[in-house]
Design a protein around this ligand. Structure first.
Ligand code: TXA
Ligand code: MG
Length: 317
């Protein structure tokens, strides 16, 4: 199959209507989309990504109002969060209605819904008469794509069309929140910070990360992994310990000298800028075939928590 990269929304709609897959831009990362209400189309997502069937998919809607018919309960905190952060990089784990096929949720009675904040995704969803199931558009286990070219590098020949919406501005996946009694459960750290979620809801937040709980169908350990060996910690010490090796460093602000390459993610110390550069940088460094990638630990505040989460998983090969 030829894979075309383009900006033709109507062509994308034609493929989706036929039950084909289309990669779409969102503000977080590119998604590999199919008609969420067509199980035969959804199965293709698992096949193309080589993703285990027990790992469920996020469903994307044009607006939060539109998802109401697909869930059976909307806690007050979900409504508050949606009012402030939808559309945006926040996804909601909610009890599903019968309209969501079981293949989407891998048999679970809860579904994750999300309203992407990207003009192309928005106009696509507005024109379609079904929501879109879409995981990140990378082969299972590799780094999520933040450009159309990244999608092409991983999935060429497997899908007919990639809608090009430029570089994703957030650059990390959405935060996933769930609701348990009076608590907000953070299932995945991402584009919306824990601090902001607390501020808006005024509720207690608990971290219950999907990938750390094998019983929940969530991310497996070796997600976001480049092929190059990677270590996180005190970079100066790690450089000393690994003398003689070809080393590349990813740092927040500091320029390291005793290494072959150093990629600074944000000279001005802006965590959002660092997040948006992270996956692109990991991919670039992976291509250099260095002996070792060293990364700093980022400040554990705001989106810095999500950066550390992704890096810690990239380190676990
Ligand atoms: O930013 C994002 O959320 C991107 C863009 C494309 O929207 N999507 C994304 O999807 O990151 P994916 O499939 O790569 O990651 C979704 C995570 C997976 O770890 C999956 O296991 C979990 O959410 N998930 C989805 N539905 C779930 C459910 N019903 N119950 C538990 N976990 C769920
Ligand atoms: Mg993913």
């Amino acid at each position: 199959m030829d894979t075309i990269i383009g900006t033709d929304i109507d062509l994308a709609i034609q493929f989706l209507n036929k039950g084909e897959l289309v990669a779409i831009p969102t503000e977080t990362v590119y998604g590999l989309a199919a008609n969420a209400l067509n199980p035969d189309a959804v199965i293709k997502i698992y096949e193309v990504k080589k993703r285990p069937r027990f790992n469920p998919l996020i469903v994307h809607f044009f607006s939060f109002d539109e998802c109401h018919a697909y869930v059976t309960d909307l806690p007050e905190s979900a409504l508050k969060l949606a009012e402030v952060f939808s559309p945006g990089p926040l996804s909601f784990l909610l009890p599903k209605s019968d309209k969501i096929p079981d293949i989407i949720t891998a048999g679970s009675d809860h579904v994750v819904v999300r309203i992407p904040d990207h003009p192309i995704a928005q106009s696509l969803l507005e024109k379609l008469n079904f929501p879109l199931a879409a995981p990140s558009a990378n082969p299972f286990g590799y780094i999520s794509p933040v450009t159309a070219q990244h999608v092409y590098d991983g999935l060429k020949g497997e899908i007919p069309y990639i809608l090009d919406g430029g570089k994703c501005k957030v650059g990390l996946e959405s935060t996933i929140v769930g609701f348990s009694g009076d608590d907000i459960i953070i299932h995945r750290l991402g584009g919306i910070s824990v601090e902001d979620i607390k501020k808006v809801t005024g509720k207690n937040t608990l971290l219950s990360l999907l990938h750390k709980q094998p019983k929940t169908p969530g991310q497996l350990k070796s997600h976001y992994a480049p092929d190059t060996m990677m270590l996180q910690g005190n970079v100066d010490e790690l450089i000393q310990k690994n003398k003689g090796k070809r080393i590349a460093v990813i740092s927040f602000q500091k320029e390291y000298k005793n290494c072959e390459r150093c990629y600074v993610l944000s000279q001005g110390g802006d965590l959002h800028e660092a997040a948006s550069n992270l996956f692109k940088t990991l991919r670039e460094l992976d291509k250099l075939e260095m002996d070792l990638l060293l990364v700093e630990k980022f400040p554990e505040i705001g989106i810095g928590m999500a950066i550390n989460d992704r890096l810690s998983r990239a380190v676990m090969q």
